[in-house]
Design a protein around this ligand. Structure first.
Ligand SMILES: Nc1nc2c(c(=O)[nH]1)N[C@H]1C(S)=C(S)[C@@H](COP(=O)(O)OP(=O)(O)OC[C@H]3O[C@@H](n4cnc5c(=O)[nH]c(N)nc54)[C@H](O)[C@@H]3O)O[C@H]1N2
Ligand SMILES: Nc1nc2c(c(=O)[nH]1)N[C@H]1C(S)=C(S)[C@@H](COP(=O)(O)OP(=O)(O)OC[C@H]3O[C@@H](n4cnc5c(=O)[nH]c(N)nc54)[C@H](O)[C@@H]3O)O[C@H]1N2
Ligand code: SF4
Ligand SMILES: [Mo]
Length: 728
C-alpha cells in the first residue's frame, strides 16, 4: 500500500469551495481537514459547517452513481444495464439527431439548478445545438436582484458587511445562520456583538433575527410595502443623502410623490409591523452609514412583488448614499478572466432560435428583447451579463410543452446537477412532464427521484474528484477553485466531458478545443496572466475592490457615472418604463384570505446540513436532522390543538405533504415548511420513487404562468394560502 499523501483541494458541497487538505492513499481519500491557509481561513470557522467531514463517505457512498446506466424495462422500474460511456454517448447523440430532424432543435431541453457546478459547458452545447430551452431556477434565485440592480445602477452590486467599517446592517429575507454559516456568519456575529444596529426582516425569528437590534416579523410577500414605507420616512424626515441624490440620482421628485401614501400606518396595516418599528428601522438604517442592505432568497420568491421589492431596496441604498461605498456595497467589475457570456458562446452562435423562447411575448425582462435593451446600457461601460440565465425558459411552459406538445413539442430533457422532482415547482406537473419525454438523461452523483425516471443516468465526478474554477457567473472579478484530490472514482467523469463528447458527436468539434476539463479551466484564466498552477496556490482570484467608480474620469475628463439611460442612479426607471414595466415600485396587495386555506405558507427556509434535496443519503448527516419539519408559532399551533412533535398534513390548492411540528417564535398564522425532502432509504421504484410524494414542499407549489410576475416570470414560494390538520 502507498503511504498517504496530503493534497491541497477544495470542498464542493456548497458554492463556497472551502480549502481542505485531503489525505489520499491509492487515489482513495481517507481523511479531510480544513486548510487554515485558504478560504475561509480558520478551522474554527469551518468547524461550523457539518458537511465536509462526511466527504470520505460521500466519495464512496453505496447510493452513488458509478457507471453509465441505461434503462431496462419500464421507466421507474429500477432495472438498469451498465453500459460504456461511448455507447451511452453514441445512443444519446443519435436520438438527439433524430428528434432534431423531426421536431427542430428546440425539442431538446436542459434543466439546471443551484450553484453546484459550472453551467457554461451545458449552455455552450445548447447554443451550438440551437435550442433556447434551458429550465433553471433563475426566475426565483439571482435574476431579480441582478436585473433590477442593473436597471437602477447600470450594473450589479456586491453587498458588504465589514464589522470594522459597516455601521448598520439590514438583513431582508435571509438567514445566513443556516444558509451561509461560514465566514459570512462569523462576520455577522462579530458585527452584532459590537452593538451596532442589525435589523432583520423575516416572518420567523431566525438565529439571525435573534441577534438583531430590531426584528420585523413581516407578513409574507408584503415586502415592497415595507420598502416603500422606509423610503417614505427617510424622504419625509429629510434624512436622505441630499448631495448624492442631487448629483447622482434621477427621478427623486417622482419618487417622493410616489411614496407619499406609504405612511407608517398604511404600511403597518399591510405588513403587520407596528408603525413605531417601521419608523425606528428607517432611522437606524439612514442614521448609521455606511449601512449594508443584504437581501436573500425569500424576496426573490414572492411572485409579482419580487421586482418592486428589489426596486425599493435599490432605491433605499441609493438615497441613503450606500452605493459603491466601503462597508455598504460596491458595483462589481467584469472579470479579467473569460466572462460567462463568451464561455457560453451566446454571442458567437447564430441566434436563429431566439424567436422560440417560451413565454417571450409576455416576459419583458427575462427574454432576448429585455436582455438586449439592458445591454445597450451596460455596454456603455463595456459590461455584459451572461445571456442564458436571463433568457431561460419558464418551467411551467416548458413542462407543459413536454406534456401537451404546445406551442411545440419538447421531447428530450438533459438534467445536470439538479433534482427537479424536488426543487422545481408543482411536482405533479414535473412528474407528468418527465414521464411524457422520449429521452430523459440525468447527470448525477447520486441516485435521486429524478434519476429513477431516467433513460440514461451518467456518473459524474463530484466533490474532490474534479478541478474547480468558479466565479459569480461572470458578473464580478472574483473566482474560486483549486485542484481535485485525485482522479474520479469508478467511471465518473466531469460534466464537461459529457457536453464536449456529445457536442463532438453532433458536429460541434471546432468549439470544444480543450480535451480535458482542467485545460478548459486553465484557458479561462489565460487573460489574467496566471497559470493554473499559480491559481491553485491560493485558489482565489480577487483583485482589490474599488469604490466611488462613478466619480472617476473618462477620456474626456467627465465623470464616468452610472451605465443607465440618464448616467445616474435611476430611482425612476426609464428603461423599465420603455419596456412596459413600472418605473417606480408598484406593489400588489396579497389576496384576501381564502376561508378554505386560512394560513400563509412559506417554503424552503434553509437548514444545515442539507442543501435543497441533497445529502439525505449519508447516515452521519441524516442523523443531524432526521425528519422534515414544519414551523409555527406556539400560539397559532395551540389554537389548532397541536403540540410540538405532532405530525401535521399541510395542504394548499396544489397538493399536500406531512411534516413534524416544531415551535418557533414567528409571525402568527404562518407555517414554514422545509423543502427538498425525500427518503433515499425507501423503495427507489414507482410509485414510491424514494418517498417523493410524502413530504415534498414543491408538491404544494406551482409556477402557473398566467399568474407569474410579468417581467421575469417569478413565481411564489412564500405566502401561499394553506391549511393544516393533525395526522393521527
Ligand atoms: N419550494 C421551494 N423550492 C425551491 C426553493 C425554495 O426556497 N422553496 N429554492 C430554489 C432555489 S433558490 C434553488 S437554487 C434550487 C436548488 O435546487 P437544486 O439545484 O435542484 O438542488 P439539489 O436538490 O441540491 O440538487 C442538486 C443535485 O445535483 C447533484 N450534484 C451536485 N454536484 C454535482 C455536479 O457537479 N454535477 C452533477 N451533474 N450533479 C451534481 C446532487 O447530487 C443533487 O442531486 O431549489 C429551488 N426550489
Ligand atoms: N444549508 C443550506 N444552505 C444553503 C442552501 C441550502 O439548500 N441549504 N441553498 C443555497 C441557495 S441555492 C440559496 S438561494 C441561498 C438562500 O439563502 P437565504 O436567502 O438565507 O435562504 P433562507 O434560509 O431560505 O432564508 C430566507 C428567509 O426568509 C424568510 N422568509 C420567508 N418568506 C418571507 C417573506 O415573504 N418576506 C421576508 N422578508 N422573509 C421571508 C424565511 O423565514 C427565511 O428565514 O442559500 C444557499 N445556502
Ligand atoms: S459545505 Fe461547508 S466546508 Fe464545504 S464548501 Fe460549503 S461551507 Fe465550505
Ligand atoms: Mo438558490
Amino acid at each position: 500500500m502507498d503511504t498517504a499523501k496530503k493534497v491541497k483541494t477544495n470542498c464542493r458541497l456548497c458554492a463556497y469551495q472551502c480549502g481542505l487538505i485531503a489525505q489520499v492513499v491509492n487515489n482513495t481519500v481517507i481523511r479531510v481537514e480544513p486548510d487554515p491557509d485558504r478560504f475561509p481561513y480558520g478551522k474554527r470557522v469551518q468547524n461550523r459547517c457539518q458537511r465536509w467531514r462526511a466527504i470520505p463517505g460521500i466519495l464512496d457512498h453505496p447510493k452513488r452513481i458509478n457507471y453509465p446506466l441505461k434503462r431496462q424495462g419500464q421507466r421507474g422500474s429500477g432495472q438498469w444495464e451498465t453500459v460504456t460511456w461511448e455507447a451511452a454517448l453514441d445512443d444519446i447523440a443519435a436520438k438527439l439527431r433524430t428528434l432534431k430532424e423531426k421536431y427542430g432543435p428546440e425539442t431538446v431541453a436542459t434543466c439546471i439548478g443551484g450553484p453546484h457546478t459550472n453551467h457554461w459547458p451545458l449552455h455552450r452545447f445548447m447554443n451550438l445545438f440551437g435550442s433556447p430551452n434551458n429550465i433553471g431556477i433563475n426566475q426565483i434565485c439571482w435574476n431579480a436582484a441582478i436585473l433590477v440592480n442593473t436597471l437602477t445602477y447600470g450594473w450589479t452590486l456586491g453587498n458588504e458587511l465589514d464589522p470594522d467599517i459597516t455601521n448598520c446592517a439590514l438583513f431582508w429575507g435571509v438567514n445566513p445562520a443556516q444558509s451561509d454559516n461560514s465566514l459570512f456568519w462569523q462576520n455577522i456575529v462579530e458585527f452584532a456583538q459590537s452593538g451596532k444596529p442589525l435589523i432583520v426582516v423575516d416572518p420567523r425569528q431566525t438565529q439571525t433575527a435573534r441577534l438583531a437590534t430590531l426584528w420585523l416579523p413581516i407578513e409574507p410577500g408584503t415586502d415592497p410595502f415595507l420598502a416603500l414605507g422606509l423610503i417614505h420616512i427617510i424622504i419625509e424626515d429629510g434624512l436622505y443623502d441630499h448631495s448624492f441624490v442631487e448629483q447622482w440620482c434621477h427621478g427623486f421628485a417622482e419618487l417622493a410623490r410616489h411614496v407619499a401614501p406609504y405612511t407608517p400606518e398604511y404600511v403597518a396595516g399591510i405588513t403587520g409591523i407596528p408603525p413605531k418599528d417601521i419608523v425606528r428601522a428607517a432611522r437606524l438604517y439612514v442614521g448609521n452609514g455606511p449601512a449594508c442592505l443584504y437581501s436573500g432568497r425569500a424576496i426573490d420568491q414572492i411572485g409579482y412583488n419580487t421586482v418592486p421589492t428589489h426596486q425599493g431596496l435599490a432605491i433605499l441604498r441609493a438615497i441613503t448614499g450606500n452605493v459603491d461605498v466601503p462597508g455598504a456595497s460596491h458595483l462589481t467589475e467584469m472579470p479579467d478572466f473569460i466572462p460567462e457570456i463568451d464561455l457560453e458562446m451566446s454571442e458567437q452562435t447564430v441566434a436563429s432560435f431566439r424567436g422560440k423562447q417560451l413565454g417571450r411575448e409576455r416576459l419583458v425582462l427575462q427574454s432576448y428583447r429585455g436582455y438586449e435593451k439592458l445591454r445597450e446600457n451596460t455596454l456603455k461601460q463595456g459590461k455584459q451579463l451572461p445571456m442564458r440565465y436571463f433568457t431561460s425558459a419558464h418551467p411551467d411552459l416548458a413542462f407543459q410543452a413536454m406534456i401537451e406538445g404546445k406551442p411545440y413539442p419538447i421531447k428530450a430533457l438533459m438534467v445536470m446537477a439538479t433534482n427537479p422532482l424536488l426543487t422545481q415547482p408543482n411536482t405533479k406537473l414535473v412528474y407528468q412532464a418527465l414521464k411524457s419525454l422520449e429521452l430523459l438523461v440525468v447527470l448525477e452523483l447520486f441516485e435521486t427521484p429524478t434519476t429513477m425516471l431516467a433513460d440514461y443516468v451518467l456518473p459524474i465526478a463530484g466533490v474532490l474528484e474534479k478541478p474547480l474554477f468558479e466565479y459569480d457567473r461572470g458578473t464580478a472579478n472574483v473566482a474560486y477553485g483549486g485542484e481535485a484530490a485525485g482522479e474520479p472514482y469508478y467511471q465518473r467523469r466531469p460534466d464537461y466531458y459529457f457536453w464536449r463528447e456529445l457536442g463532438i458527436r453532433l458536429g460541434q468539434e471546432d468549439s470544444w478545443p480543450w480535451p480535458t476539463y482542467r485545460e478548459a479551466l486553465a484557458q479561462c484564466l489565460k487573460p489574467t496572466g496566471l497559470t493554473w498552477e499559480e491559481f491553485c496556490q491560493t485558489g482565489l482570484y480577487c483583485p482589490p475592490v474599488e469604490y466611488y467608480k462613478y466619480q472617476s474620469l473618462d477620456e474626456q475628463n467627465r465623470p464616468l457615472g452610472f451605465a443607465t439611460a440618464s448616467g445616474k442612479v435611476e430611482l425612476y426607471n426609464r428603461l423599465l418604463e420603455e419596456l412596459g414595466g413600472s418605473p417606480l415600485p408598484q406593489p400588489k396587495k396579497i389576496a384576501a384570505p381564502d376561508p378554505r386555506f386560512p394560513l400563509q405558507l412559506i417554503t424552503g427556509a434553509r437548514v444545515q446540513p442539507y442543501f435543497a434535496s441533497s445529502y439525505r443519503q449519508p447516515a452521519d448527516l441524516r442523523a443531524l436532522h432526521p425528519e422534515p419539519l414544519a414551523e409555527m408559532s406556539p400560539a397559532t399551533a395551540t389554537a389548532y390543538g397541536l403540540a410540538e412533535g405532532d405530525w401535521i398534513l399541510v395542504e394548499t390548492r396544489h397538493g399536500n405533504g406531512r411534516f413534524k411540528l416544531k415551535f418557533t417564535p414567528m409571525r402568527e398564522q404562518v407555517v414554514s415548511i422545509e423543502y427538498g425532502w425525500w427518503f433515499p432509504e425507501l423503495d427507489n421504484r414507482e410509485p414510491e420513487l424514494g418517498g417523493l410524494w410524502l413530504s415534498n414542499a414543491n408538491n404544494l407549489t406551482s409556477a402557473n404562468f398566467p399568474d407569474a410576475e410579468p417581467l421575469i416570470g417569478t413565481w411564489n414560494y412564500n405566502g401561499i394560502p394553506c391549511r393544516i390538520e393533525k395526522i393521527t
